[in-house]
Design a binder for this molecule. Structure first.
Ligand SMILES: Nc1ncnc2c1ncn2[C@@H]1O[C@H](COP(=O)(O)OP(=O)(O)OP(=O)(O)O)[C@@H](O)[C@H]1O
Ligand SMILES: O=c1[nH]c(=O)c2[nH+]cn([C@@H]3O[C@H](COP(=O)(O)O)[C@@H](O)[C@H]3O)c2[nH]1
Ligand SMILES: NC(=O)CC[C@H](N)C(=O)O
Ligand SMILES: [Mg+2]
Length: 528
């Protein structure tokens, strides 16, 4: 991550990540308060943090103990810069420690729901709470003495100082986790901090995100030509709509048929997208390119890198064809628009200090010799925010409400090498599963339902008195808010039976259907 602001029109509220499970959640809650927020790693120096010109800073929780060797610390100078700060859990302890308070291992660990007691009236970040809230805790250490100049606002059985404030310096902290939904009065604590403590206005909304992005795209692209990778999914549809508003027919959309698509997908993109936006669409048939490059490859990261690279090669070929067709009036295309979202960047290890979970084809999978300048108007947003922007732009519900489908497509849903025969099996099984989900009226209940072919696994079956030795299909229905965390969807048993029956009856080569009952974490949504 660079130190340049991602979104210069709004000074960010920076969430400094101390390795918390919930750093993403803090940023989301701040955005729900209509205040722009970004996450930065704790390895950034105070100077680098301040160089981002933050409107306020939130220090996240984390697994360390402040007094352990090598524990991440926060420089006392951060609290002298006049920027309002809220410490949460570890961030609260680190703040107390840096400012001369005392942090101790009390031996009184508190996990989950915990009762608080006010010290006097509810004040400061707790102002407006009619009674002391039941909060959500997850800690073993506690602040036993607040730093000089700080008032104690609340206590709990295991935290002699559970919340504190220094109003004059606009410094605040809570031992609990106001960002989790189970925490009573949690969003209010965050909003008290943002609106009253830091004096911010909640003016970061879907319509001004759209207006600002349109302005920024105009400034970046000028009179240049751009192509947009269009997949039929939500993100690229919204990105394309924004860019089209900004630069009109300087934009040509390119849909790549990489042979890893689901049944009927190519036709649907053409129909839906062009109908709803009227944008120019170029369809590139690149099935052979991708399948040749993927021949015999089984390692998931290698597949992802190959797909990322071949996408770019396909866009280059499309560019040449578009120039030849004079759609760009002979001028080379300098810009590539992608519907990259914040979670794509985080999962690809794009944040300093975040580990690479998987290389999303459009981020970690990009080749080094990329010729295009990227235009990614959604790169600071989460999916639900993108949907809000799409609705604001007037895109139809069939597009903005659509379930996500990953760019690498069925290529990362065949566990094992990818080839035509396996793709045909998976496509058929997937079409049945999707049709039955739709027929049951449950499309809106699930976030998405990957259907996965375990191509290198076989098991014995009996069909029509014959022994079979076929492949298993895995159903992976999940519910999620933003794909960062997910739970498996508890689909009705009769629907699961129907899907299983139909797949084993209708798809040659498959004799078993299994259900994935893993949340994320520990499993990711896709199997590769
Ligand atoms: N078949 C494709 N042709 C052209 N571009 C693609 C294709 N598949 C993916 N992309 C590009 O990669 C980006 C990331 O893909 P991703 O699947 O995350 O987003 P999406 O397809 O737009 O939305 P969704 O998450 O709803 O599927 C897309 O926004 C698009 O720019
Ligand atoms: O465009 C994409 N390119 C990719 O390389 C990619 N990998 C995962 N996904 C989608 O991202 C969400 C989170 O998926 P995971 O839990 O598997 O990481 C889910 O919605 C996945 O379908 C991708 N989308
Ligand atoms: N969730 C947290 O931030 C925990 C902070 C610290 N590790 C503790 O146990 O108290
Ligand atoms: Mg997609």
């Amino acid at each position: 991550m660079t130190t340049a602001p991602l979104n210069p029109e709004h000074k960010p509220v920076l969430v400094v990540d101390y390795g918390a499970q919930y750093a993403q959640l803090i940023a989301r809650r701040v955005r729900e308060a209509r205040v722009y927020s970004e996450i930065v790693p704790h390895t950034l120096s105070t100077e680098a943090i301040l160089a981002k010109n933050p409107a306020a800073i939130i220090l996240s929780g984390g697994p360390s103990s402040v007094y352990a060797d090598g524990a991440p610390s926060v420089g006392a100078d951060l609290f002298e810069a006049g920027v309002p700060v809220l410490g949460i859990c570890y961030g609260f302890q680190a703040m107390a420690n840096a400012l001369g308070g005392t942090v101790a291992e009390t031996g009184l660990r508190e996990y989950g729901r915990t009762a608080t007691t006010f010290e006097g009236e509810a004040r400061s970040i707790l102002a407006g709470a009619a009674q002391a809230p039941t909060v959500w805790m997850s800690h073993g250490d506690a602040v036993s003495q607040a730093p000089e100049g700080f008032e104690v606002l609340a206590t709990t059985a295991g935290a002699p100082v559970a919340a504190f404030a220094n109003e004059a310096k606009r410094l605040y902290g809570v031992q609990w986790h106001p960002e989790v939904k189970h925490c009573e009065y949690g969003q209010d604590v965050l909003e008290n901090f943002l609106y009253n403590g830091a004096g911010l206005k909640g003016d970061w909304t879907a319509d001004n995100i759209a207006d600002e992005q349109i302005e920024r795209i105009r400034a970046q692209v000028g009179t240049g030509k751009a192509i947009c990778g269009l997949s039929g999914g939500v993100d690229s549809a919204v990105a394309a709509a924004l860019v089209q508003r900004a630069i009109g027919d300087q934009l040509t959309c390119v849909f790549v048929n990489h042979g890893l698509l689901r049944e009927g997908e190519a036709e649907q993109v053409e129909k839906d997208f062009v109908a709803s936006t009227g944008a120019k669409l170029y369809i590139a048939d690149e099935r052979e390119r991708f399948l040749t490059a993927l021949d015999g490859v089984t390692d998931p990261e290698t597949k992802r890198k190959i797909i990322g690279r071949e996408f770019i090669r396909a866009f280059e070929a499309a560019e040449a064809a578009i120039i030849a067709e004079a759609a760009s009036e002979g001028e080379p295309v300098k810009f590539l628009v992608q519907g990259t979202l914040y979670p794509d960047i985080v999962e690809s290890g794009g944040g300093e200090g975040t580990s690479n979970i998987k290389s999303h084809h459009n981020v970690g999978g990009l080749p080094e010799d990329l010729q295009f300048e990227l235009v990614e108007p959604l790169r600071t947003l989460f999916k639900d925010e993108v949907r809000a922007v799409g609705r604001e732009l007037g895109l139809p519900e069939e597009i903005v409400g659509r379930q996500p489908f990953p760019g690498p497509g069925l290529g990362i849903r065949i566990i094992g090498a990818v080839n035509e025969e396996r793709l045909a099996i998976l496509r058929k099984a997937d079409a049945i599963a999707r049709a039955e989900l739709t027929a049951a009226g449950l499309d809106d209940e699930v976030w998405q339902m990957p259907v996965v072919l375990l191509a290198d696994v076989r098991s014995v079956g009996v069909q029509g008195d014959h022994r079979t030795y076929g492949h298993p299909i895995v159903l992976r229905p999940v519910s999620s808010e933003d794909a960062m965390t997910a739970d498996w969807s508890h689909l009705p048993y009769d629907l699961l039976s129907k899907i299983s029956n139909r797949i084993t009856n209708e798809v040659d080569g498959v004799n078993r259907v299994v259900l994935d009952v893993t949340s994320k974490p520990p499993g990711t949504i896709e199997w590769e």
